[in-house]
Structures are given as C-alpha cells and as structure tokens.
Design a protein around this ligand. Structure first.
Ligand code: BDP
Length: 680
C-alpha cells in the first residue's frame, strides 16, 4: 500500500500547503479523540491504500494519539474505508441504494453503529471516491468542525477536473512564476522526485482527477518513445491518487523533424511524413500507431489536449482543412482506446473584434464533433484578462462536449507578485446567468449537469505550480490552486468559505491572525482589477503581460477624445449579440450593465455620469486610487502578523506586498497619464 510517512518536520513545513496537519485543540481535540481510535481499511487497492495511510498519519497528528491501521472494525472508534462492495455488511440495505446514486467519485461519510461499535464509514462506488472522502474527513478536523453524527454525501460537479501544466521539456514554464517545471525529464524514468507524489496528493485532496503534463504550445518530442517511457513513470504515480495523465500534442508531430524550424520552432515533428494533413490516410495511421504505443505503456491514458492554428501552432488550416477535420481525425485515433481529444477554442479570427472570433469560428461546428471530442474554452471571450465577461460559447454549443478553462497562474494579474485571490472572479463567472435555457442557466449549473441541453463536462485550470519550495511563487498563491480544485468539485462554494478553509488548513496562527489573512485574500482581487484595468478595461499591458502599456493597446481600449471603451453593442462590433437575448439586453443597456463590464461593451463619453453619480473620468480616477490604497492597506494588515507566522513566510510576503505597491502605482500612474490626454 502506498503513502510515505508524514514526518514531524513536514507538518511544520509550508511545502505541505493545506495538507500540513497540526494538532487539534481544546474541546475539539476531546471530541476527535472520542471518535477516532483506528483506521480500518477493507480494500486492497492502491488508491484506497493511500487514503488509509493519509488518514492514519493525518489523524495521528490531529489527535496526538497513535492510530492503528487495521483490517477489522473490532472496537469503538474505527474509521472504516472501502468501496461500497467492501463495506456492504456495515450498511443497512435501504441505505445502500442511495449511495450508488453518488456515482464512481461521489462518497458518503457516515457515523454508524455496527455490532454495538461506533464507527465512521467512508465509502464510494469507486476507489477515488473513498480517497476524496478521506480528505474530506480530514478537512473537517483541519477546519475545526465536529465529526460526530455525520451523514455527508458528496459528488463532484464536472466528471473531468484537470490541471493544465504549461511546462516545456527544457524545464521552462510558459507563464509560470514559481520556478521551473516539476517534471525532471532529464532524470526520468530512473530517478523519481518525491514531489511527483506530493503533487498528486495535493491534487487528489481537492478531487482533481487529471493532469496535462506539458505546454499547449507542445513540443512534439513529448510523443517520442523515450519521453513516453518517462511519462509512463509519472502516470504510474498519479494513477495511485486517482489521477489520469493527458499530454498536449503538437498537430505537426507526424512530420519529419524540421531542418529549418520556423521562428517559434513550432513546425517540424518526430515522424517521417511530409505532411500533417488530417485527411491524409498516412497521417491518421501515424496517429493511430502513436496512440496504440501510448496505451501499451499507459493503459489508462486520458488523451490529448491540442492547440491548433493558434499563435503559430500547426493545425489543419495549412491543408485547407477545418478544426473539425483536425479534431475528428485525432479523436478517431483515440476512440478505440477510450481516450478523449480535447481541442482548444483559443483562436484568432479575421474580425475587427477579437472577442468575437472563437464564437464565430466554432458555433457553426456544433454537433459535428465526434463524441470523444471535448472543446476547451477559456472563461472569457478574449484571454484570461483580469475581468472579462464569460464567453458566449457557453450556452451556444448544446451538441458539443465542453470544457471550461481557467488560468490559476496570474498571467495578467501581476504574476506571483500580487496577493490576488481569484475565488471571487471565478465565482462571478460561474454564477452569472447565461439564459441559455431561460433564467437560472448559470455556468455552475452546466457543470453540475442540471440543464437539459447545455452541459460542461470538464473544468481545466492552467496551473500556477513550479519547483519552488512553496510551489506557487507566493505564500498566498496556493489559495488559488485550492480554490480552483474546490470550485471544480462544487462550483457553488462561496469564495469566502474557500478562503476560510484554506487559511485554517494552511496557517497555524490564532483566530485573529486567520481573520486578517482571509480579509486580505477577499479584497485582493478587486484591488488588482482597480489599479490595473477597472470598469471592464483589458489588455492594457506591455508584452511581458506584467507592466502597463496602454499606448500600445489602442485596439483594446479605443480611448479617444469622444470617450473610452469598446462598443460591442448593436451599434458597434455586435459581439453582445452572441449572447442569449436576455443577457444581451442587460449588457447592452448602460443603466443595467454591472460597472465591472461597462467599458468591455460600451464606448462611454468621458464626462457622462455613471450610476455612481460620478463622471466616467472621475470614476476611473477613483477606481485607480482605490486599488492603490487597498494594496497599502493589505501590507499594513499583513505587518500585524509579524510573530504569528513562520518568519520566512512573513518576510517573503512583505517583499511581495512591497512589489505589489510599486506595481499598483506604476499601473495607476501610467494609465491615468495616458488617458488624461483624451479626458482632460
Ligand atoms: C496566452 C498566453 C500564451 C499562451 C496562450 C494560450 O500569453 O502564452 O500560449 O494564451 O492559451 O494568454 O494558448
């Protein structure tokens, strides 16, 4: 059975992030000790073995008592683990059926009495569900909740909950701000870093069940036999935590290596063909053979993620073929092995308004993709901007399997320099009504499968992890990884609740200090939006996607003497018409649109009065000032934590806040100076 020992030093170590167990206190401790004596594992699966080892070690730290790992619940205080089949005799027959409804990854945590002995049962139809239940049980204690009289049933929203690593084979991470790649390709397959397992464990604790290992700007060599052997080792580790492995595939992979690689080094493959034309039978045969080779090594391989005909990546267009031709050809190759083909919808088109492009390109293809194709769509129409409305593709492709792509790495939100906690942003996207099936058609409901015709089956997060000891480049950034995973499981969780959980699980400081951290998190996102791109502005950044450069981005803000913002209404690019009527009506109306999207959809005269009673120009200045002020406030609040936290973490974060203060001023000054030439 898996599960390395959690040592004392690891529990003190922040690299364990939210799985850094620490002793419970006071009445809670008494309560926990009364309920927990031993872990009883009724299964022999690796996944459930990991669950049992995690519980045993976590409970030992939480209760301060030794916790035995046994295979019979022969005394009071057993935590019993097993699939529904394993635990059949512990459950009354009438309860049995209700658990079958929870699906393969759903679970029950129930306080039961069996042959006069009190126990806690953690069970599921599948192995992974038991693992998720074990982490949930631990989380209850990590957050100081009671564990008596439990009858908790949970199942995940989307079936596929994945992280996308944008890691290159040379260790560089595209848009990564936490060091180099976790994957040590040069040492694999022989040498296996313990962090692979740590990563899997952290992911599994959130219910993340798939990882794409490499950059969407894929190096074709990942599909070469030598790399596949390395991938197989990683896949073997992840499998034991209920995680399937996917790879990003380069569409040009069947071609010969190129002698004259293009500027981006993106064309030229690992095969021996002169073409990657999806309708050429040799090309399809190449992919089929490659897929079979992969499945021989990794029988539960998830499939490919493909970025094609976007930002210089090879694709079907060169051969005058469509996205459909490209995606379906790869899907045919994967289908017999049960693999998915995840095709990205991040494309640029020929319209004057980039925000229209993905919709215009993909909606005509609805219903034409094969059934193992999943179309992966970024949350906004453009590109991970600090505050974009949801993309109109959600709600417009009822006959296509869809994936929602968030970016956990903060490419446009200050990288790892800012505190920005993205829970509130994701919450807004998930809960805004698309009106796809009338009122109440939020993206969250699509993820939960509650709408008749619109379903989102996968949620993907471009991860913020790297090989730095703290994983995410900033002590507060793991909150975003955590929030992503929790929302993928349950998109209705409130950002406040998630922040509270994460803080309690991560930091061992007292209640007041925890409150300070939570408050910082909850105002951090609005702050960065306000000091960089408030009121629906976007893409005002320099090439590095960090510093401001509004003068370079006229196409995105349309500032001139008549006003500011992009007219996407019926009198402008008409992008608003891509939304359902009721949604379009609200966003078209300057009186009704939430101010956060105002300049996304409207070109507003500088001196028009907004619902706040201020003119646009005055409001804009106020927003920038407010953003800057909140960063000062966050730093002042953080300094109250001196002595409460690990001194290194404390100091590192002070330095981050200092950098964010500098960044906030730089943004505010540059943008206001630039806009003032039109506004004043
Ligand atoms: C953009 C990033 C670029 C990615 C691209 C993508 O700047 O590095 O390759 O998205 O999502 O935002 O493919």
């Amino acid at each position: 059975m898996g599960g390395a020992e959690i040592t004392e030093s690891q529990t003190k170590n922040y690299s364990q992030l939210w799985l850094r167990y620490r002793p419970a206190e006071g009445d809670m401790l008494k309560g926990y000790r009364a309920v927990i004596q031993q872990v009883c594992c009724l299964s022999r699966s690796f996944i459930i073995g990991n669950a049992a080892a995690e519980l045993q070690q976590g409970l030992r730290v939480l209760t301060g008592n030794p916790v035995a790992l046994v295979s019979r619940a022969d005394r009071d205080g057993s935590v019993i683990l097993g699939t529904l089949e394993n635990v059949r005799s512990y459950l009354p027959e009438d309860r049995f059926a209700s658990i079958q409804d929870l699906g393969p990854e759903g679970y029950l945590i129930g306080s039961i009495s069996h042959e006069g002995k009190n126990a806690t049962l953690i069970t599921s139809c599948g192995d992974a569900g038991v693992l998720y239940g074990a982490f949930h049980f631990l989380r209850l204690m990590q957050t100081g909740k009671p564990i008596e009289g439990l009858w908790l049933r949970e199942s995940p929203a989307a079936p596929l909950r994945m992280l996308n690593h944008w890691d290159d084979l040379n260790g560089y991470i595209e848009r990564g701000y936490a060091g180099s790649s976790l994957w040590e390709w040069q040492n694999l397959p022989e040498t296996v870093s313990p962090r692979y397992r740590d990563h899997a464990r952290l992911c599994a604790s959130l219910g993340i069940n798939a990882l794409v290992l490499n950059n969407v700007n894929a190096d074709p060599r990942i599909l070469r036999a030598d790399y596949l052997e390395k991938v197989a080792v990683l896949a073997g580790i992840f499998r034991e935590w209920g995680i399937q492995t996917y790879l990003s595939a380069n569409f040009g992979a069947p071609m010969r290596p190129s002698d004259t690689p293009d500027k981006m080094k993106r064309w030229g493959g690992i095969g021996n063909l002169d073409t990657a034309d999806p309708l050429d039978p040799q090309v399809e045969a190449w992919w089929t053979a490659k897929v079979n080779e992969i499945y021989a090594l990794i029988p539960d391989f998830g499939g490919f993620l493909v970025k094609a005909d976007s930002e210089g990546m090879p694709g079907p267009r060169k051969y005058k073929r469509s996205h459909l031709d490209g995606a379906n050809m790869l899907a045919r190759a994967l289908k017999p092995q049960g693999g998915n083909l995840i095709w990205r919808a991040f494309v640029y088109g020929s319209s004057d308004d980039r925000a229209r492009d993905a919709y215009d390109e993909f909606t005509p293809l609805d219903g034409k993709f094969l059934d193992n194709v999943i179309l992966q769509i970024k949350n906004g129409p453009l590109d991970f901007q600090p505050c974009e409305p949801f993309t109109p593709l959600f709600g417009s492709m009822p006959k296509t399997r869809l994936s929602l792509e968030f970016q956990i790495a903060k490419e446009y939100l200050g990288h790892s320099s800012t505190a920005a906690y993205l829970g509130p942003m994701w919450h807004t996207i998930l809960q805004t009504d698309t009106y796809a099936e009338g009122e109440g058609s939020s993206i969250a409901r699509m993820l939960k499968g509650e709408l008749q015709e619109h379903r989102i089956e996968c949620i993907a997060g471009v991860t913020n992890t790297g090989d730095e000891p703290g994983w995410c480049g900033n002590a507060l950034n793991p909150a975003n990884w955590y929030a992503f995973g929790r929302l993928a499981w349950n998109p209705d969780l409130a950002p406040e609740v998630i922040a509270e959980e994460w803080t309690a699980m991560t930091f061992s400081c007292g209640a007041d200090a925890q409150r300070i951290i939570r408050e910082i998190l909850l105002k951090s996102y609005d702050a960065v939006v306000n000091y960089s791109m408030p009121l629906g502005l976007n893409f005002l950044c320099d090439w590095n996607h960090y510093d401001p450069k509004p003068e370079m981005r006229a196409a995105y803000h349309h500032a001139d003497t008549t006003g500011l913002g992009v007219n996407r209404t019926a009198t402008g690019s008409k992008a608003v018409e891509q939304y359902h009527l009721e949604r379009a009506a609200i966003w078209s109306d300057r009186e009704k649109i939430p101010l956060q999207y105002l300049l996304w959809f409207h070109h507003v005269p500088w001196h028009d009065t907004l619902p706040t009673g201020r003119s646009l120009w005055t409001e804009l200045k106020a927003r920038y000032a407010a953003g800057v002020a909140v960063v000062d406030e966050m730093l002042a609040e953080w300094t109250k934590l001196e002595g409460e936290l690990d001194p290194e973490i404390y100091k590192e974060e002070v330095a981050k806040f200092e950098e964010e203060k500098r960044l906030a001023r730089k943004w505010s000054e540059a943008c206001l100076k630039y806009f003032s030439q039109f506004a004043e």
